[in-house]
Design a protein around this ligand. Structure first.
Ligand SMILES: Nc1ncnc2c1ncn2[C@@H]1O[C@H](COP(=O)(O)OP(=O)(O)OP(=O)(O)O)[C@@H](O)[C@H]1O
Ligand SMILES: [Mg+2]
Length: 255
């Protein structure tokens, strides 16, 4: 049985009278589909592995902040996560259509909202030591995609970059519930209304700078660093720890 037939079999057990179509996206290993069933619309994400954390994060965040509602999570020959399709578009879609200031303010306010959720014992944890160990593994096994790195890092030997990462490793953490990959394409707005956070497989309790750093990188890449103060102001960040921002941006290069 090929994979498409396999997916269809899983869906046949859960939906009646549905239609399925492939959708754009899936930067890495994910395949994405839209499922239409009566008047409802769902997104199905399939991957060889790695969707369980995303599923658990949506379940934990349900009722706390806007996230997709999980229809089902399945683990077998591959993993599948089926969730409600959020209304609107990713924040990336609004670039060149809306004022950058407005986008940056919405981006900051949404992160402030997510970070205001108090973690409890059931929330997943993102352990920095584990993540650094995975980064090391990726270096040693040549699993790093050099072309997706920041331009200035592409010509540096990965093992040298890793040594730099270790030298920058911060000690103190400000634990909050982090998104884990807080980029413009992982947050959906319906006009100015936050529809929800998506792609939260790397989310969990961790240092708030994990998200602040990737947001800073995104803002700089798309609009220039003159928009950073606006972001920090609307997020509510006063003492900016530049070293931590550099550390978390560098850490992301290894994935
Ligand atoms: N629940 C959802 N509602 C609406 N659109 C969604 C939803 N889930 C995913 N999408 C759309 O599909 C795109 C890709 O989804 P997602 O970000 O989860 O996967 P990905 O980017 O491939 O993952 P990765 O970042 O690991 O490569 C999103 O940017 C968004 O446009
Ligand atoms: Mg994504």
């Amino acid at each position: 049985m090929d994979m498409n037939e396999y997916i269809k079999k899983v869906l046949d057990n859960r939906f009646s009278n549905y239609s399925i179509s492939g959708i754009q996206g899936g930067n890495t290993e994910a395949n994405l589909f839209r499922i239409s069933c009566r008047n409802e619309s769902y997104i199905l994400k399939t991957q060889n592995s790695g969707l369980k954390h995303e599923y658990l994060n949506y379940k934990w965040l349900e009722g706390k902040v806007p996230v997709p509602k999980v229809k089902f999570y399945y683990s077998g020959k591959c993993e599948m996560l089926c969730m409600s399709e959020l209304a609107g578009n990713t924040l990336e879609y609004y670039i060149n259509k809306a004022d950058p200031r407005e986008i940056v303010i919405l981006y900051a306010a949404a992160l402030k909202l997510l970070h205001s959720v108090a973690p409890d014992k059931l929330a997943l944890r993102q352990d920095l030591k584990n993540r650094i160990a995975k980064a090391k593994y990726n270096v040693e096994n040549h699993l790093i995609d050099i072309l997706s790195m920041q331009y200035e890092n592409q010509s540096v030997e990965p093992s040298k970059l890793f040594a730099k990462l270790i030298s920058l490793t911060p000690e103190m953490a400000y634990p909050v519930f982090t998104h884990g990959d807080y980029c413009f394409d992982n947050i959906i707005f319906n006009g100015k209304i936050l529809s929800g956070f998506i792609d939260m497989g790397n989310g969990g309790v961790g240092d708030k700078y994990q998200d602040i750093a990737l947001a800073s990188r995104n803002i700089t890449d798309f609009f220039g660093n003159e928009y950073l103060p606006l972001f920090y102001e609307h997020y509510g960040l006063e003492d900016i720890n530049k070293e931590k921002i550099d550390f978390y941006i560098l850490l992301d290069e290894f994935f």
